[in-house]
Ligand binder design. Sequence first.
Ligand code: 5GP
Length: 114
Amino acid sequence: MQKTIFQKIIHKEIPAHIVFEDKECIAFKDIDPQAPIHCLIVPKKCIARVGEASAQDENLLGHLLLVAAKIAHQLKIYDTGFRIVINHGKDGGESVPHLHVHLLGGRALQWPPG
Ligand code: 5GP
C-alpha cells in the first residue's frame, strides 16, 4: 500500500516541524494552520481513522490526548485554552487517511465549528 503523507513524516522521508515524539506517536505543526498554534498528533501505528481503532488501541488513543495536553503546556496555550479535534470521514472533514488529533489554540475559537 502507498504510504500516506503522515507515514512519510513518521519515517522522516519528508520534513515537518516536529514538536514532540515518543515511541507511540509524533506531533508536528500543521502545514496550513487554522490558529496560531495548530499541531497534529499522529500515532506511529497505521490506523486510518478514529472509528477504525480497535479495543487494543484504547491505551494509544488515551496517550494521544495526554500528549496533546502536554504539547499545550509546552507551547504555552494550556492556560488560555485549546481545542482537540479528530475528523472522521468526508463530512467530518478528514483529508489524510491516517488517524491524527488536531491541537488548536492561541486565539478564541468559534463554536459551533463550521
Ligand atoms: P484532516 O483534514 O484529515 O483532519 O487533517 C489533515 C491535516 O493535515 C490538515 O490540517 C492539513 O493542513 C495537514 N497536512 C496535510 N499535508 C501536510 C503535510 O505535508 N505536512 C503537514 N505538516 N501537515 C499537512
